[in-house]
Design a protein around this ligand. Structure first.
Ligand SMILES: [Zn+2]
Ligand SMILES: [Zn+2]
Length: 147
C-alpha cells in the first residue's frame, strides 16, 4: 500500500470514530465528507468538497453534499466561515472547546483555520462573560502569495 493510500485510510478511520463517538450513524456520504474536511489544511468551499469527494470515489449529489455539510456543522464536527465572496467555507472541527480565528488571503481567497492561535481578546474577557461564539477573521496575504 502506498503511503498516500495508508494516510487516507487513517483519515477515514478517524472520521468514522468521530461519527461513532457522537453516536451518529455512519453513512458513506458523511464519512467521505468528514474525511475530506479532516484531510484539508484550509477550509473548503462546496465546490472544493464536491471535487475531492468525487476523487475519493463516493457518489454524492449537490443536495446531499449541502445537507451533510450543514449536518456536520450542527453536530459540532465541522464549522463554517464566510469566504471572500460571502460563500461558506467548511473545515473540520478539531478542537471542540474553542472557536479559532481564521486567516483569509486577499490574493488567492484561501481561508485557513488558525487552530493554535488564541487571541488575547478572548483570553482577556472580563470575568462573568462567557463566549458562545467568536468570529475573528484576519485578512492579509498568505505565504504562497507573498512576494
Ligand atoms: Zn494566497
Ligand atoms: Zn476554522
Amino acid at each position: 500500500m502506498s503511503e498516500e493510500a495508508a494516510s487516507s485510510l487513517l483519515i477515514t478511520e478517524t472520521a468514522r470514530q468521530r461519527l461513532q463517538t457522537l453516536g451518529q450513524r455512519v453513512t458513506p456520504a458523511r464519512l467521505a465528507v468528514l474525511a475530506t474536511l479532516l484531510d484539508s489544511p484550509n477550509a473548503l468551499s462546496h465546490h472544493e468538497v464536491a471535487a475531492k469527494v468525487a476523487v475519493s470515489g463516493e457518489r454524492c449529489d449537490r443536495v446531499t453534499l449541502y445537507r451533510v455539510l450543514e449536518w456536520l456543522v450542527e453536530r459540532g464536527l465541522a464549522h463554517k466561515v464566510a469566504g471572500e465572496d460571502r460563500s461558506w467555507r467548511f473545515g473540520a472541527m478539531l478542537d471542540e472547546s474553542h472557536e479559532h480565528p481564521h486567516f483569509r488571503c486577499l490574493c488567492c481567497g484561501k481561508v485557513l483555520c488558525l487552530d493554535t492561535l488564541r487571541p488575547a481578546l478572548i483570553l482577556g474577557l472580563p470575568t462573568g462573560y462567557t463566549i458562545q461564539r467568536a468570529e475573528i477573521t484576519i485578512q492579509g496575504t498568505c505565504p504562497d502569495c507573498s512576494p
